[in-house]
Design a protein around this ligand. Structure first.
Ligand code: DGY
Length: 320
């Protein structure tokens, strides 16, 4: 099979790509424009287009893809960058990488939660800027994570992996808001809120783990922030689009919210400069799944499922 790959993947995955496919990859290793994406598929007569979450595979791109393309595979669990209806209409299968990255992303959520609540960035600045004058009973007092109330927006695989860590590791009381209530086994003692308002009121710590969609666009905004307890801590491991940046920045500046830990942003990598002026944020450059074990598993799962989908077998990670 002929495969066009938009970015360089970790070396063990590239080895499989080279072994199992007639592959072209973008050795400039940058996000391609829509025209470049279409040209890459056409020039290399690709059966498979392997894309990243930053590649926009919208209806226009899908309409212009050459007839050779039978599979679009995305090296991500998020798939809001692909127009699934347009792919379905052209008979193109779409594959993603669910499950294998849930633990790594949930670990990142805990890193952000702890770092934000315990003011890690300000502490680090004291040391690196040589301003630390010694232990003090009032220095950089943060919030207790252990035993706190954690609200999880979106209780899919990643949300549940965060809940397990927070509940069993940190004795947190888990509250969640989701399209549907989970069955008791999956709920694992968490409290379901069908309404957003009661959910927010119970979230001293709030983790955004819902996928990007029209329903979740800017779900954290001036109105919903007002419904959170004063001093709440926000964590985002989903997509920047869930947050209205101006509202979050304003609430962090005013002290309505005490801190935020963010791994994802609107308009990456051009993040809102307001964040850079705040001491009470802990920021990471979209690193949720970035461990060697996880990235290799993502590659293995995706490449394996391409062969299986192309030969007509049923594939669990097939979106359409
Ligand atoms: C994902 O898998 O969706 C990650 O956010 C990487 O894009």
């Amino acid at each position: 099979m002929r495969l066009a790959l938009t970015r360089r993947l970790p070396a063990p995955v590239m080895t499989i790509v080279a072994r199992d496919f007639v592959a072209w990859f973008n050795d400039e290793d940058r996000t391609l424009s829509s025209d470049e994406l279409v040209r890459a598929a056409a020039d290399h007569r690709a059966d498979v287009l392997l894309v990243m979450a930053m590649d926009r595979v919208d209806a226009d791109v899908i309409a212009r893809l050459p007839a050779s393309v039978r599979v679009i595979a995305t090296f991500s669990v998020g798939h809001e960058h692909i127009d699934l209806a347009a792919a379905r209409a052209r008979g193109i299968a779409v594959l993603s990488t669910p499950d294998v990255l849930s633990d790594a992303v949930a670990d990142m959520a805990m890193l952000l939660l702890l770092a934000a609540a315990r003011r890690a960035r300000e502490g680090e600045a004291l040391i690196y800027q040589r301003r630390w004058t010694g232990w003090s009973p009032t220095q950089l007092i943060g919030r207790d994570v252990t035993g706190g109330r954690l609200g999880i927006l979106g209780m899919g695989r990643i949300g549940r992996a965060v809940a397990r860590r927070a509940h069993h590791g940190f004795a947190m009381q888990i509250h969640y808001h989701n399209r549907n209530r989970l069955d008791a086994g999956l709920e694992d003692g968490a409290t379901f809120h069908s309404g957003l308002e009661t959910f927010l009121a119970a979230s001293d710590f709030l983790v955004l783990a819902a996928p990007a969609s029209a329903q979740t666009q800017a779900i954290l905004n001036t109105r919903t922030i007002a419904a959170l307890p004063d001093g709440a801590v926000i964590v985002n491991i989903s997509r920047g689009g869930l947050i209205e940046d101006a509202a979050l920045i304003d609430a962090l500046r005013r002290g309505k919210l005490s801190a935020a830990g963010l791994d994802v942003f609107n308009n990456e990598p051009e993040i809102d400069p307001g964040y850079l002026t705040l001491p009470n944020v802990f920021l990471q450059p979209h690193q949720g799944s970035s461990t060697i074990e996880t990235r290799v598993r993502m590659g293995e799962v995706l490449l394996d499922s391409i062969h299986r989908a192309a030969s007509g077998q049923s594939v669990a990670n097939r979106l359409v």
